[in-house]
Design a protein around this ligand. Structure first.
Ligand code: DGL
Length: 256
């Protein structure tokens, strides 16, 4: 069984990709919505929450763990790998490397959370992989909130995205990195507003492919189960909105 978690809806973008690559994988997803957003919290807080969620998933039988949250990866990937050495753990990192390779202007834009930009992971990804590219960053907590409200399109979504995106393009960015899993659900709007000359990179498919490589033989029955802290019925509605079909018919409570 593969355990996947995020603060909320965002990591489902990774789960969808895993499901596409390995339809028979058994998946258990935790949305820690009662404590979302993670991105405005301190890295210490996010680290301890990530350990709680990971421990619960392992207790439920997860044999591979996917930290489908850039913020939790920034805060906790190293310490999770240290304390749960018995299973492989896959995390997210902003796709600065492919972005720098694809950029013609030499300017790349990264959208993520405040906590992700504060972590050492982001610093090391930039110093190891940005090369000569200039990296322009923008924290977008309001994008996370829109997704958690189930708002993926409409005039308010357009204006919120325009306000963050246009200044980045004005600075010369021709490649934009989605450095928060929630933003995958806004990708169609981001691409439309950015226009045809701009490339948008979402690492979710690459992380899903890596998960399948690391998990090895997938011998499950294709069961998808969801768990959430906070009101499970709200998460059930949001998950259906993004097209998730889950086996048990209800969202399990994740103990806070
Ligand atoms: N989906 C998360 C990420 O990838 C975090 C969103 C949040 O809770 O702030 O960073």
């Amino acid at each position: 069984m593969i355990g996947v978690f995020d603060s909320g809806l965002g990591g489902l973008s990774v789960l969808i990709e895993i499901k596409m690559l390995a339809p028979n994988a058994d998946l258990l997803y935790v949305a820690d919505r009662a404590r979302a957003p993670y991105g405005n919290r301190s890295l210490d807080e996010v680290r301890s929450m990530s350990h709680e969620v990971a421990t619960w998933l392992i207790q439920q039988g997860a044999e591979t763990l996917v930290v489908a949250c850039n913020t939790a990866s920034a805060a906790a990937l190293d310490s999770l790998r240290e304390s749960c050495q018995e299973i492989p753990i896959i995390g997210m990192e902003p796709a600065v490397k492919p972005a720098a390779a694809a950029s013609e202007t030499g300017v790349i834009g990264v959208f993520a959370t405040k906590a992700t930009f504060q972590g050492r992971l982001f610093e090391s990804v930039v110093s190891d992989h940005a090369g000569n590219a200039q990296v322009v960053t923008r924290a977008c907590p309001e994008w996370v909130e829109m997704v958690e409200r189930g708002e993926f399109a409409g005039p308010d979504v357009d204006s919120t995205i325009t306000a963050a995106l246009i200044p980045m393009i004005d600075e010369g960015a021709d490649v934009l990195v989605l450095g928060c899993t929630h933003f995958s659900f806004l990708r169609p709007v981001i691409e439309r507003i950015a226009g045809p000359g701009i490339t948008v990179i979402d690492p979710a498919p690459a992380v899903a492919a890596q998960t399948i490589r690391v998990a090895g033989v997938i011998g499950g029955e294709g069961r998808v189960r969801l768990a959430a802290s906070g009101d499970p019925s709200v998460f059930a509605r949001l998950a259906s909105d993004v097209g998730i079909v889950y086996s048990s018919g209800e969202v399990l409570p994740f103990p806070e």
